[in-house]
Design a protein around this ligand. Structure first.
Ligand code: ADP
Length: 256
């Protein structure tokens, strides 16, 4: 039951009366539960054929390098690999959400320099995009965290910054120490976000103007990122100026 209204108290502070509405939300929860269950089953069903396709394509890509093949063969192999990699990322997000829902997204922590991770991520993402990424700030931010999962958050921020700034090609990444926390901020100068929508950005499946969206996506990246950062005792957030750009940031405790 969802209650909306207020409780009237007696002078001694004891609750006397509730004034408002009670709504039966059993159906709503049931719909949510079925949606989660469907996503869990569908993503597990997709996993086997996609993994097998991936293995076959890797063999084809090796053949392209070592055998005499036509240019057409090369082109179609590259196209298939490119699209399959997008599919693998979408499937990864769906599987991650199911793991989060079931409390099974395991963390494997090590001590490392967050600055090096950020620089590596930027270098990996740069060749595939025509955006210029500039990294500034401190040289060392030691953290005790799950390297792969934190990388996932940074890659998510960077790919969103690229995706949602089709006109402006600059991205700034700022590395700072704020008290006992390491802070990473990714700034883009793209479409920005309507202030009314900001509170929902990290919700599951949330996409601004989902129906009229000209950009592809499932609305899961920020939800997964928020879960990863919260489970490291960090914070995640965003500032944005509509039509001018956004600054997505996260913090992680410094490991002394
Ligand atoms: P998606 O797969 O839709 O990009 P995310 O969870 O990563 O999912 O982001 C949720 C929504 O937040 C996006 O659909 C988009 O509307 C908005 N958003 C995320 N990053 C940015 C950004 N850098 N600039 C503008 N809007 C953004």
């Amino acid at each position: 039951v969802r209650a909306k209204g207020k409780v009237i108290f007696e002078a001694e502070g004891k609750p006397k009366r509730f004034s408002g509405t009670l709504q039966d939300v059993t159906d709503e929860y049931e719909v949510e539960r079925r949606k989660d269950e469907f996503i869990s089953v569908a993503s597990h069903e997709l996993k086997t054929p996609i993994t097998s396709l991936n293995a076959s394509l890797q063999i084809l890509q090796k053949l392209v390098k070592t055998e005499q093949v036509t240019d057409k063969f090369k082109m179609f192999t590259a196209k298939a690999a490119n699209n399959l990699s997008k599919l693998v990322h979408l499937l990864d997000d769906l599987l991650n959400v199911t793991k989060i829902q079931q409390g099974q997204l395991a963390l494997s922590k090590n001590r490392f320099n967050l600055v090096e991770l950020v620089k590596d991520s930027c270098e990996h993402i740069s060749p595939g995009s025509d955006h210029e990424i500039a990294v500034t700030g401190v040289d060392e931010l030691m953290v005790y965290a799950d390297y792969r999962r934190v990388d996932q958050v940074i890659v998510n921020f960077l790919s969103n910054a690229i995706k949602y700034s089709p006109q402006s090609k600059n991205i700034d990444v700022i590395l700072e120490q704020e008290g006992s926390n390491a802070k990473v901020t990714v700034c883009d100068y793209g479409i920005g976000i309507n202030p009314e929508k900001l509170p929902h950005l990290f919700d599951r499946y949330y996409r601004v103007d989902a129906l009229g969206h000209q950009f592809s996506g499932l609305g899961l990246g920020l939800y997964i990122s928020a879960d990863i950062i919260k489970r490291h005792d960090g914070n995640i957030g965003v500032d944005s100026q509509w039509g001018e750009g956004s600054q997505f940031w996260f913090t992680l405790p410094i490991d002394q």
